[in-house]
Design a protein around this ligand. Structure first.
Ligand code: NAG
Ligand code: NAG
Ligand code: NAG
Length: 472
């Protein structure tokens, strides 16, 4: 075509962009380039908006997908894991000191025996989940029924189903009068939630009045506030202050009632959340104790896809910098350093674990590459009976790590970090030896309440009980 024309003319046609066949080809190429470019731009825009909207989508998912009556367990677990994930990223870029400086204080000698707490969370049962009447009334010293929420700045509605469960748990006290039953009020920062309610005096007052009424109506012993988390993820110094005002006003309201209602708070364990969310010294004046959520230290995340322990008691020698802060020992002492008396720190242990999918089945130690959550459990959250099934029925291998004092199990590409009889005993011994207030168990619903593992029900929680109360 163009080659049949003299070169000069061809050049001229090109420059003029007249209707010659050569320029049509060029035009087609131009159109193609523009189309591809436009498609690319659309993709980039879509990706960027997806990226920007990601938190919104997640927030929506967290708020909308679970009906009110469904137990909050998995829902709240997922939310906390997300918070911790963000907290760890912050920690990585901060200069948090893995060494804790606490003035040495000799244990208070006491003539009367110390009374340790065994605080157990129990979630509203879902389908064929654990029913209240099957809870051993002599197992725990405190049961936290989880959870009601704060909606429209008020305590969420008590449906007939919820009412029935609360009554049945409180009824366990007829067999063990010393058992304390608390109502847990959980939630995250959302419109109408804790963050909106704490702002104004009149809203706090109404909320406290509602809670007090429920405590009296159901003969409950107190309230456990599980806001995950104040002044989080965006720092809001006023919110941090308002949270303490809420705690103080709760305390004052309880004193006016002349009833020894208990006030506890479920608190976070990553250093960045502790720093940003709580004024610990002020908090210590108002609460009876805090329940330290010492778990979810490691689970599958796409940007750090390696195996790790859900709830290690101690750091491993190789763990440096902020990684050395991701364990129960560090978090417990950090709360002490920040001003919470040990007698008010109840250290949490999980009855659930986290599963991972190994990249290479032969590489199954700590920090082994992983590609996803495992098949075991739900979204990587694995109950203790599921772990037992994995070990005994599937024949998974397991190792106990002496440094971090927790086990892990693996089979093929499936890998799971969990707590067993030995690690739970080790944590309970730690709590007793270091004079903390007691052990919190999350949760009875994920323990082996059917006795599938070795015939006896609630083996993990029972193990905590045996260690705590045999040692004294
Ligand atoms: C922490 O930051 C360092 C460098 O800033 C990076 O190499 C490392 O992968 C990060 N770790 C995590 C867990 O994000
Ligand atoms: C536990 O934490 C304390 C305070 O940071 C530290 O002194 C101690 O060495 C830790 N224990 C272990 C076994 O890592
Ligand atoms: C929220 O509570 C206020 C006052 O308690 C009430 O007037 C309002 O109708 C409630 N809104 C919703 C959506 O429930």
């Amino acid at each position: 075509m163009s080659s049949t024309r003299p070169p000069l003319q061809a050049k001229y046609e090109l420059l003029l962009e007249n209707n010659g066949s050569s320029s049509t080809t060029k035009k087609n190429i131009l159109v193609a380039v523009i189309t591809v470019g436009a498609l690319l731009m659309t993709c980039i825009t879509a990706y960027v908006s997806w990226w920007l909207l990601q938190p919104v989508i997640e927030a929506d998912f967290l708020h909308m997908n679970v009906p009110e009556t469904v137990p909050m367990t998995l829902h709240m677990l997922k939310h906390r894991a997300k918070c911790y994930e963000k907290a760890f990223l912050q920690l990585n870029s901060s200069k948090i000191d893995p060494i804790i400086h606490v003035p040495a204080r000799s244990p208070v000698p006491s003539s009367s025996p110390r009374v340790l707490k065994l605080v157990c969370y129990y979630s509203f049962p879902y389908k064929d989940d654990l029913k209240p009447e099957r809870i051993d009334p002599g197992l725990c010293t405190h049961i936290n029924i989880a959870s009601l929420a704060v909606t429209n700045k008020s305590l969420s509605e008590i449906t007939p189903e919820i009412s029935k469960v609360i009554k049945e748990v409180v009824a366990l006290k007829t067999q063990k009068p010393l058992l304390k039953v608390l109502l847990c009020i959980g939630g995250y920062s959302a419109p109408g939630g804790f963050n909106d309610m704490v702002k104004k005096h009149e809203d706090r007052k109404r909320f406290i009045r509602q809670v007090l009424q429920v405590l009296k109506d159901y003969s409950l012993d107190g309230v456990d506030l599980d806001w995950e988390f104040p002044s989080w993820p965006e720092e809001d110094k006023q919110e941090k202050i308002d949270f303490n005002v809420l705690l103080r006003e709760f305390r004052e309201a309880f004193e006016e009632e002349h009833k020894p209602f208990l006030l506890s708070v479920a608190v976070g364990s990553p250093g960045s959340i502790i720093d940003q969310s709580y004024d610990v010294e002020e908090m210590a004046k108002h609460v009876d104790y805090v329940n330290l959520m010492a778990y979810d230290y490691h689970f599958y995340v796409w940007y750090f896809p390696v195996t790790g322990a859900n709830a290690p008691l101690f750091r491993r020698p190789g763990e440096k910098g902020f990684l050395a802060t991701l364990n129960t020992n560090w978090s417990s002492w950090y709360w002490v350093q920040k001003g919470m008396p040990k007698e008010k720190i109840v250290v949490g242990v999980p009855t659930y674990g986290h599963s991972f999918r190994l990249v290479n089945a032969d590489n199954h130690g700590w920090s082994a590459p992983v590609s996803d959550v495992g098949k075991l459990g739900s979204n990587g959250f694995v109950t203790y009976p599921e772990v037992c099934w994995f070990l005994t029925k599937e024949g998974a291998a397991h190792e106990y790590d002496m440094d971090s004092q927790v086990p892990y199990a693996y089979l093929g590409q499936e890998w799971v970090s969990y707590d067993d009889m030995r690690s739970i005993a080790s944590k309970a011994t730690y709590v007793a030896n270091h004079f903390f207030a007691g052990v919190m168990v999350f949760s009875l619903n994920q323990d082996d309440y059917n006795g599938l593992c070795d015939g006896a029900p609630f083996v993990l929680t029972q193990q905590v009980r045996n260690v705590l109360f045999d040692q004294l």
